[in-house]
Ligand binder design. Structure first.
Ligand code: AMP
Ligand code: MN
Ligand code: MN
Ligand code: MN
Length: 282
């Protein structure tokens, strides 16, 4: 039995449709699951229906990737209500920026001599938010590279020859947007951040961060201990998730293979209620 609070579907760069993600989670013994796609909550309704059929709890979520001089900081947002219109238009804006960025990455690849078009990327994305993995998969399909890994390692890595940065957005903006929407902001995979990024944690807490993803497949036991201590120090909800992207994604992590502690979902709900009482919701 496990609680997986960080999983992607084909609404962004996961390879499985939302209902299939829920099915895979259920088969792996997951009792509570959060769908946390990049810049979209379009997969939540389908996942919710599947979760109801299978009798597992589905937590609505989203992942906002931010990057500045301190490197990548990813903020998860849980329990954003369906009527948070301002937040959904922010997501729509960010997805549109992802389309423009995808076009530029394809141009770079064309300049590098690859016969690939943006339509190939759109086809691979199947209506989901456009991400680098879609560009990578389109490159594999077009025979430009042998694998998604090769596409990243040679062309799409941050700063790579076909890399284009995402629209600028700060970790603080992400926390603020989630709070204003009535959701609960949680820092994703802190172990993957730069040292400079990790130094931001106290300031993020000051800005209303509510939780820390202590349990994560790439965290060493020492890192997990360290982040558990930080969560205790700053009174943050301890969460955990696999960041599974599905088979063929190039970096699949087995869904349900790490777990948030029992009670994590209830703790997030309590934070949501507390924030509403405090009037953090605008
Ligand atoms: P983007 O937000 O469009 O820049 O895409 C970032 C996504 O790329 C991350 O969320 C990961 O899922 C994925 N990613 C990053 N590095 C790799 C890699 N080496 N292989 C496969 N996927 C990757
Ligand atoms: Mn991803
Ligand atoms: Mn992330
Ligand atoms: Mn993720």
């Amino acid at each position: 039995m496990s609680i997986d609070l960080h999983v992607h579907s084909s609404a962004s760069d996961g390879t499985l449709p939302p209902a299939a993600v829920v099915q895979a989670a259920w088969a792996a013994g997951v009792t509570a699951l959060a769908i946390t796609d990049h810049d979209t909550m379009d997969g939540v309704a389908e996942a919710m229906a599947a979760a109801e059929r299978l009798g597992i709890e589905l937590v609505p979520g989203v992942e906002l990737n931010t990057d500045r001089t301190y490197g990548e900081v990813h903020i998860l947002g849980y329990f954003i209500p369906p009527d948070a219109h301002g937040f959904y238009s922010l997501l729509a804006q960010r997805r549109e920026a992802r389309v423009q960025r995808g076009l530029k990455m394809v141009e770079r690849l064309q300049e590098l001599g690859f016969r690939i078009s943006f339509d190939d990327v759109l086809r691979v994305a199947g209506g989901g938010a456009i991400t680098r993995p879609h560009v990578a998969r389109a490159m594999v399909e077009a025979g430009c590279v042998a694998s998604v890994q090769e596409a990243f390692q040679r062309y799409l890595y941050t700063g790579g020859p076909a890399y284009v940065p995402r629209d600028p957005f700060s970790a603080f903006d992400a926390v603020r947007a989630i709070l204003e929407a009535g959701g609960v902001p949680v820092l994703a995979h802190p172990g993957r951040m730069t040292e400079e990024g990790k130094q931001l944690i106290p300031a993020l807490v000051e800005h209303g961060l509510q939780g820390l993803e202590c349990y994560y497949p790439e965290h060493s036991p020492e890192e997990t201990e360290h982040f558990l201590a930080l969560a205790a120090k700053y009174d943050l909800v301890v969460t955990g998730g696999t960041d599974a992207h599905g088979p063929g994604s190039g970096h699949d992590r087995r869904i349900g293979s790490v777990s948030a502690p029992p009670g994590a979902v209830e703790a997030l709900k309590e934070r949501r209620e507390r924030l509403v009482r405090q009037g953090r919701r605008s």
